[in-house]
Design a protein. Structure first.
Length: 228
């Protein structure tokens, strides 16, 4: 029992990786509340359609987030073992798998959009708005997959703050700037619905640029070819 104690160095490392991720989720959720306020301006049917869509959105996002956590663990283990070949191959494969998952799941929902929304609300007005959200967001859901998986891979290499800052800038700052400017020019529900893909697109671009710049340096040491 005397050997059971908190390792301060390990605890500090865990907090340095975990706190930015938790902060990102909290601030992003606050940003989503602001998006909801824009949706709410179009009436109760729009709000009910948004609520129904979010349930579907979270269902499609769930396997993507699971893959993101998986790649973080996979990369972390192989980074510690200096199996950089596995990291490169694993990250490439998980990006393909994540995009395929988003396209297949999103495509099925798009094909079955009216029955999907009607599972939560049968009102024609609600179904109308719910289908708008589906058609404006799910075709580009694979960008959400790319940015989350790249961030997961970087976190597995011990890089946590930069992916968090990129996500916050894209999902909070850029999304709110887009909503303020775009709705001033054309205040339609389609414009509001597109705020999510805008954040995904910007985040994917910035995350890919950062990954391309940072990953080669992190994975530049000679590979350990021994079995792990």
């Amino acid at each position: 029992m005397s050997e059971l104690r908190i390792d301060i160095a390990i605890l500090k490392r865990i907090l340095m990786l975990g706190i930015p991720m938790g902060l990102q989720q909290a601030i992003t959720s606050l940003s989503n509340v602001v998006v909801t306020s824009y949706v709410n301006a179009f009436g109760s049917d729009s709000m009910a359609g948004w609520s129904a869509y979010l349930r579907i959105h979270n269902l499609v996002l769930m396997p993507i987030m699971s893959l993101s956590m998986a790649i973080t663990s996979f990369v972390g283990q192989n980074y510690g073992a200096r199996r950089y070949d596995r990291i490169r191959k694993g990250t490439r494969n998980i990006l393909i798998l994540g995009c395929a998952c988003a396209i297949v799941c999103g495509g099925l929902i798009i094909l079955l959009q009216k029955p999907s929304i009607s599972l939560f609300n049968n009102d024609p007005g609600v179904i109308y708005y719910g289908c708008i959200f589906i058609n404006m967001q799910l075709p580009l859901m694979w960008f959400a997959s790319l940015c989350n998986l790249l961030a997961g891979s970087l976190r597995g290499m011990g890089v946590s703050h930069q992916p968090t800052l990129i996500c916050l800038f894209s999902f909070v700052v850029c999304r709110q700037v887009y909503l303020a400017c775009a709705t001033a020019l054309s205040n339609t529900i389609q414009v509001v619905a597109f705020s999510y893909p805008v954040g995904w697109l910007i985040c994917t671009l910035l995350m890919a640029l950062y990954y391309r710049r940072r990953a080669p340096g992190l994975l530049s040491e000679p590979e350990n070819t021994t079995s792990s």
